[in-house]
Design a protein around this ligand. Structure first.
Ligand SMILES: Cc1cc2nc3c(=O)[nH]c(=O)nc-3n(C[C@H](O)[C@H](O)[C@H](O)COP(=O)(O)OP(=O)(O)OC[C@H]3O[C@@H](n4cnc5c(N)ncnc54)[C@H](O)[C@@H]3O)c2cc1C
Length: 551
């Protein structure tokens, strides 16, 4: 009689396992292989450079990492508002202690962006970090309050300037692990802290100016490689791999490897910022504010000592003197004034040969949505995953160049929607924005919004396809909806729940926000309750851990 194979779960499990993938995972090139990258130089000691150094040392401990920077070229010194994934990145991915960072860097909390934007007058709207949840409801909010701002729990906190530290008859309680916050970071203190931690962890720090790089051809690779760097004193430094974090100068990627630059200037018109500090007299808000100005907009980032602010404007529409005069008419007591030039756009590739660019050296979009540090994280985690890097890495290089480039392009379109629809002022700059800003990358999504209402409320299958065009990581369809509804961009009316149902949820959110401590009080309370901050990282079901899983 023929053999009859006995079938049971154990036998079948064998065929529900991808053995070939497991084999390949087990036989990845070894880091110790001499054909693979062992030493990395990071050119630049700004936020991008030190975050890259910490990530490489922490995640890939066999690497020898050197950061080269020069005090002769100062760091850009702005870049102080962030998004919540930075908290997960710093404390889970890089393993930095949250209490130590809190003590040394003294960040403040950000729960979202308050926009003085959209329509004329004193109108404002909130873009909170829990926008994806839409927990109270955007349709109800628009119908009942004529403003999107009552659509989530956090937007209610922002409206009142309160925090998820609640007071009740029983005392105080923390809901920090439930509602995501981001950091406002004083840039110099942050970079100094990152540098100290990186050096403690074994990163070599060289202070010298790089004057030249030797570019060479390599057998088996059709892209140029950097063979060595030469300092201004004539010393030659050579490494296996180079990360260009040289800021807007893009010393290796653009200047030595000729990466071509693709400007976003047809969508984003601002190209200059006047940064300054202004007193807040203790009234510290737990959010960033973006205020419409004559030829751009002004950020307010509340720090412990003062508000850090900046007017991002279009030099084609406003001179530096006019920018200063406009600022001083609103905030007469300013100090620590400085100008920063920038350009919005990206290079065609971030990885050429053995050079990978992170930060402003690869790409930048004007800072309205605090995207810089988030995109630094994106580039760093992709680089770490690409290791071990060796002769076979060319195909990964092409893949990352396409996918990270595409992410930046989607940010461009998202930001463009902020400028295209802002009807707050009728100055020449804003008239030009409304008529000329290029939003062609999301034109189908905008048509759908007009015809069907908020994109994040479309049927699931449809949402998926719109997301491919218009959604991006943290700034998904809910983000675009918030910005469009916030600016009162019209859409066809759609059916919603009975208003009593929405009102019940709104009453709960209102009550929560009413009992939340105003931020200045929360700062004092946190001094005696540091364990609440630690819980943000330790709570297994908390937002920081959920975000860490995606890094
Ligand atoms: C106006 C403005 C506002 C912004 N606001 C935000 C924000 O709110 N949130 C956010 O996330 N991002 C923001 N950004 C982006 C922010 O700038 C970056 O996220 C961040 O600071 C990264 O900068 P970087 O490290 O790439 O470059 P930089 O800080 O410019 O550092 C460059 C480094 O390279 C070194 N270097 C350059 N050339 C050489 C050389 N030849 N030899 C040796 N060393 C060299 C310099 O010494 C320096 O250490 C803003 C940017 C601008 C322009």
């Amino acid at each position: 009689m023929a053999f009859e194979r006995p079938f049971n779960m154990a036998v079948l499990r064998e065929l529900f396992t991808n053995h070939e993938l497991l084999y390949r995972e087990d036989h990845r090139p070894q880091p110790s292989d001499p054909n693979h990258v062992r030493s990395v130089a990071i050119l630049g000691g700004g936020t991008a450079g030190w975050l890259t150094a910490l990530a490489l040392r922490h995640q890939l401990r066999w690497l020898k990492v050197t950061v080269i920077e020069t005090p002769a070229i100062p760091i850009v010194g702005v870049g102080e508002a962030s998004v919540p994934s930075l908290v997960a990145f710093l404390h889970r991915y890089l393993g930095l202690n949250i209490l130590e960072l809190d003590r040394e860097v003294r960040p403040t909390w950000k729960q979202g962006i308050r926009f003085e934007w959209g329509i004329p007058g004193k109108y404002v709207f909130q873009a909170p970090f829990d926008w994806e949840v839409n927990g109270v409801g955007m349709l109800g909010s628009m119908a009942e309050t004529k403003n999107v701002s009552s659509f989530t729990l956090q937007s209610h906190l922002m409206e009142r300037g309160t925090t998820p530290i609640l007071k009740s008859k029983k005392g105080l309680s923390s809901f920090l692990p439930v509602l995501a916050f981001a950091y406002h970071l004083e840039n110099e203190r942050f970079v100094n802290y990152l540098r100290r931690k990186a050096v403690e962890r074994g990163v070599t720090h060289l202070e010298t100016k790089i004057a030249e790089a030797t570019v060479t051809d390599v057998d088996g690779d059709d892209e140029p490689h950097v063979a060595s760097l030469t300092t201004e004193d004539g010393e030659t430094l050579d490494f296996d791999f180079y990360v260009d974090c040289s800021g807007f100068s893009s010393f290796l990627l653009e200047k030595k490897l000729d990466a071509s630059y693709q400007s976003y200037s047809s969508s984003l018109f601002t190209d200059r910022a006047f940064a300054f500090n202004a007193p807040h007299r203790g009234d510290i808000k737990p959010y960033t504010t973006a205020r419409t100005m004559n030829a751009g907009w002004c950020w307010t980032i509340p720090m412990h000592e003062s508000n850090h602010q900046g007017y991002a404007y279009a030099s084609a529409h406003l001179s530096d003197e006019e920018a200063v005069a406009e600022v001083k008419a609103i905030w007469p007591e300013i100090e620590h004034e400085r100008f920063v030039r920038f350009r919005s756009g990206r290079h065609d590739r971030l990885w050429i040969g053995n050079v990978y660019a992170v930060g402003n050296s690869y790409a930048f979009v004007e800072p309205l949505e605090s995207t810089g540090i988030m995109m630094i994280q994106r580039a760093i985690t992709a680089l770490v995953r690409a290791f071990p890097i060796g002769p076979e890495s060319g195909v990964i290089r092409r893949f990352l160049n396409a996918s990270i480039g595409n992410d930046w392009d989607r940010l461009r379109w998202f930001l463009a929607a902020h400028f295209k629809f802002n009807k707050r002022l009728d100055t020449p700059f804003w008239e030009a924005c409304r008529s000329d800003v290029d939003v062609s990358g999301i034109d189908h999504a905008l048509e759908l919004y007009e015809a069907c209402g908020p994109l994040s409320l479309l049927p699931r299958a449809m949402r998926k396809s719109v997301e491919d065009q218009a959604g991006f990581l943290f700034y998904g369809l809910h983000g675009l909806d918030t910005i469009l509804l916030g600016q009162k961009v019209p859409h066809r009316e759609i059916k919603r729940e009975p208003k009593g149902v929405w009102r019940k949820r709104q009453a709960i959110a209102n009550d929560f926000a009413r009992r939340g401590l105003p931020y200045p009080e929360a700062i004092e309370v946190m001094k005696n309750n540091p364990e609440w901050l630690q819980q943000v990282i330790d709570e297994p079901g908390g937002w920081a851990n959920k975000m860490a899983a995606f890094l």
